[in-house]
Write a protein that binds this ligand. Structure first.
Ligand code: MTE
Length: 326
């Protein structure tokens, strides 16, 4: 999804960015016959993720109760893949950059300011956010607009819990997330790849949907820096870029937020950006995807599912032309 600004001002992709990783690691085959529903999410995760837990833990442990209503049955991505193949342009545009460079990010102390069209504006530090609602572990698919996907056991709670606390007023129609943009901590902020800070947004009803996760951890630990420490959102039915990392501000607005990728390339990255195999990106198909760490380079790609498989969100878009509102 990288935009290259050539000297004539025409936006071009870097081919490396739209070509999936050259060689995907092949891993031992997962227990294929998992009796659907007979294994609790946590047990499934434990089976699939044991290898991942064997990795040295970089972060502090974070306890959470598995919420089986939100656990997909796909095999979770190995921890090392989820933490070494990242998009976090504040730390560079190469997938390996965030893992190498994000150690300069200081996730504590950290505050998030919650403002705009609400009755109770608030500034919360991370400890207050951690205590705001019971922490849940949820295993979600994450589908990147570039054509790859992962399955990650996140830790957090529905963003709706926070939204209810601040009491949106009648003007609040959208919610805008702003990521940190600090040159001292983030070497990529010097680049012109995006107009910093990274801003994303949702319609208020999308933000209120119970699937939308205010995320504080993954794989049983606090968020690693490269995955958006100390707090991000995860919106699993939308392309990954809607899931803003390292959030410092949440603002409720009347008007649709001007989001970073939409501003950079409006014809390519719409405000909605729901995962939709029927609506191609102008430069590539969105019909299929490669699961990081699982699908080999020569493996046939797997089909992308409408709304990334989260069909329960369809009613949010009833009557909308999803080609127009892509
Ligand atoms: N948030 C910020 N602040 N900066 C970014 O560059 N990249 C987005 C999203 N959130 C990005 C961001 C994109 S394109 C994707 S696919 C996901 O983060 C990747 O999340 P992950 O690295 O945890 O898998």
């Amino acid at each position: 999804m990288l935009i290259k600004r050539n000297p004539n001002g025409i936006d071009l992709p870097y081919p490396s960015e739209i070509t999936p990783r050259a060689v995907f690691e092949s891993r031992r085959s997962f227990v294929k016959q998992v009796a659907r529903g007979s294994i609790a999410g946590s047990a499934l995760f434990e089976m699939a993720g044991r290898e991942a837990f064997a990795q040295p833990a970089s972060g502090q442990k974070l306890a959470a109760k598995v919420n089986n209503a939100y656990v997909v049955m796909d095999k979770p991505t190995a921890y090392k893949d989820a933490t070494s193949y990242n998009n976090f342009y504040e730390f560079g545009t190469d997938k390996a950059d965030p893992a190498h460079l994000a150690s300069t990010l200081k996730p504590r102390p950290w505050t998030v300011s919650i403002e705009g069209e609400i009755k109770k504006p608030l500034t919360l530090d991370i400890d207050s956010l951690l205590k705001l609602a019971p922490l849940e572990e949820r295993v979600y698919r994450l589908r990147c607009v570039e054509g790859w996907s992962m399955v990650i056991p996140w830790i957090g709670y529905s963003l709706a819990e926070l939204i209810r606390k601040v009491e949106p007023n009648g003007n609040a129609k959208y919610i805008e997330f702003t990521s940190l943009a600090d040159k001292k901590q983030m070497p990529g902020i010097g680049s012109r790849v995006l107009d910093w800070p990274y801003v994303e947004g949702l319609r208020l009803d999308e933000a209120m949907h119970p699937l939308t996760l205010l995320t504080l951890g993954m794989y049983g630990e606090v968020l690693p820096n490269q995955n958006g420490a100390p707090v991000r959102v995860v919106v699993p039915w939308k392309y990954g870029f809607k899931s803003a990392k390292s959030i410092v501000k949440i603002r409720f607005t009347r008007d649709q937020p001007k989001t970073a990728w939409n501003l950079a390339a409006p014809q390519e990255y719409g405000f909605y950006s729901n995962v939709n195999p029927e609506v191609d990106h102008p430069r590539w198909s969105q019909a299929s995807e490669r699961r990081i760490g699982e699908d080999g380079f020569f493996t046939r790609k797997r089909k992308t599912l409408m709304f990334n498989g989260y069909s329960e969100v369809a009613s949010l878009y009833a009557g909308m032309d999803l080609r127009k509102f892509f």
